[in-house]
Ligand binder design. Structure first.
Ligand SMILES: [Zn+2]
Length: 242
């Protein structure tokens, strides 16, 4: 469970293999971020979503082993620290991606919120972050994202999230937190409704799916389509009712 290494997209944290990407004057960007300007300023993750880290997240989400959130929270705190230079305001709102209420009731907790609370206990960035767990509401459950194009994923998530009270976030810097960043569709939709309410957003997750296959080496990043490789976890989550 080591931090991600190598050349990463400056915006979304995707792994980059192309030597051309690093020569861009705005820093390395993956093909997706070069095509479409992301809604959030930047997304950062602690580790790759595989092996022990994936098991630990599953222990929390599907096994209900709450102490796992403490370990994951320490990792999130480290990731939050890497973003700290980007914030200008003295107080940054920490907003966990919400679960739909039926899902939350079934699980008994929102893993993103537990991890965020654990990260705050690690006193990340000297108490600058303020948990704002009720800022976002998930208004409906969303169907599986598997097999959908990037555009279809966006449509699938449209209207899924809402800002509970715009006054909570207007003019503020907001750090959206979640356990896993897969395609970024969920984080982007959260960022979109927060931006509409007047907030500037960043994203921090414990884990991220990465283009880590050797077959991507030497391929122009624009030819790599991470949006079609992820979300097997969604399948698993649905299979176990997670
Ligand atoms: Zn990117």
């Amino acid at each position: 469970m080591r931090p991600i290494e190598g050349t990463l997209c400056l915006i979304c944290g995707e792994r980059i293999y192309s030597p051309y990407a690093v020569t861009e004057n705005r820093g390395p960007r993956c093909g997706v971020c070069r095509r479409v300007e992301p809604v959030f300023a930047r997304a950062a993750a602690y580790g790759s979503y595989e092996g022990g880290l994936r098991e630990l997240i599953h222990l929390l989400k599907y096994g209900g082993v709450r102490p796992a959130a403490n370990v994951l929270g320490r990792m999130l705190a480290e990731t939050m620290a890497t973003l700290e230079n980007e914030f200008e305001q003295p107080s940054v709102a920490l907003v966990p991606v919400p679960l739909y209420r039926a899902r939350r009731r079934q699980r008994g907790f929102n893993q993103a919120e537990l991890i965020a609370r654990a990260a705050l206990k690690n006193n990340a960035c000297g108490g600058r972050f303020r948990l704002c767990a009720s800022a976002l509401i998930r208004q409906r459950e969303t169907s599986s994202q598997i097999g959908l194009t990037r555009h279809q994923r966006r449509e699938n998530l449209r209207g899924a999230f809402a800002v509970s009270d715009p006054e909570l976030v207007r003019g503020r810097e907001v750090l959206i937190v979640d356990d896993v960043y897969t395609t970024g569709a969920t984080a982007s939709e959260c960022a979109r409704v927060l931006r509409r309410a007047g907030a500037k957003t960043w994203v921090a997750t414990v884990a991220r799916t990465l283009n880590n296959s050797a077959q991507h080496a030497g391929i122009e990043p624009s030819a790599v389509r991470p949006d079609e490789t992820a979300d097997t976890e969604d399948t698993l989550a649905r299979a176990v009712g997670g």
